[in-house]
Design a binder for this molecule. Structure first.
Ligand SMILES: [Zn+2]
Length: 260
């Protein structure tokens, strides 16, 4: 049995990019844990931080129950995640306690400062996870976890590389159901921030949900359309991951578990 730890900056990040993999791994009997570094309490146009924090943590729990997987947070304020030493120690203790074989996270070249910091923090833990005198209160891991990055569309300093491709057709409806539990994001903040007029002008929650469902469906078709050679023929919905060279070595066992 392998352990996968999905570390996103915000409560919906890994749901969007890796929940198909998460459900697939769970179905195969592996262990999966979601961790959001922040509590997501910045992205809203009318709610205050404390009220939003409570709401986003509830949404996170709802998404977790749709996926049937545990979801945790370091509860750092949204927008305030930095790759500093105290946060590295906090994350290190978390990683060593979960003992993952694979960590999934953001690349550190990304538009959002929290995403960049999150990717950087994971990379900063990649070697030190095995150094016993760093955070000596939690035993060092003897085996460095493989680190995989979720897909993004940025090209500096290098475009994303699809090293691992996971077909998720069987889980697509549940993936959309889970993502849409983050109501304050998709129905409110992202719609407002991105000026999704169709969603903003919809007359009912159901109508907005229908629009968001088609939008997410199109989005989740992206990886198989962009990297068709990496997927089994006929795959419509997939997720892709890039191997980080600082993490542990990708083994045939892990690749088989993910792609096979
Ligand atoms: Zn995010």
């Amino acid at each position: 049995m392998l352990t996968f730890l999905m570390i996103g900056a915000h409560p919906d990040d890994m749901d969007l990019e890796a929940s198909g993999l998460a459900m697939r791994m769970k179905e195969k009997g592996h262990r999966v844990v979601f961790l959001s570094a922040t509590n997501g309490n910045a992205g809203h146009m009318s709610m205050g931080r404390e009220e939003l924090r409570t709401r986003r943590l509830k949404e996170m729990e709802k998404a977790a129950s749709v996926f049937g997987l545990p979801y945790d947070t370091l509860d750092i304020d949204d927008g305030y995640l930095t790759a500093d030493l105290p946060t590295r120690e906090k994350l290190m203790r978390y990683i060593r306690t979960v003992k993952p074989d694979v960590i999934i996270t953001h690349r550190s070249c990304d538009y959002h400062p929290d995403h960049r910091a999150c990717g950087q923090l994971v990379c900063d833990c990649s070697y030190m996870v095995g150094v016993p005198l760093f955070c000596p209160d939690v035993p060092a891991l003897r085996k460095a976890p493989v680190i995989l990055f979720t897909e993004d569309r940025f090209t500096q300093p290098a475009p994303f590389r699809a090293d691992i491709a996971v077909a998720c057709d069987a889980f697509i409806e549940r993936k959309i159901d889970g993502v849409l539990q983050h109501e304050s994001q998709f129905f409110e903040w992202l719609a407002y921030d991105g000026n999704w007029t169709e969603v903003l002008n919809s007359k009912s929650h159901e109508e907005a949900e229908g629009i968001l469902r088609s939008q997410l469906r199109r989005r989740f078709m992206g990886p198989a359309a962009r990297f068709p050679d990496r997927f089994p023929t006929g795959t419509q919905f997939g997720e892709v991951f890039q191997i980080d060279e600082y993490g542990g070595e990708m083994t045939e066992e892990i690749r088989q578990a993910m792609e096979g």
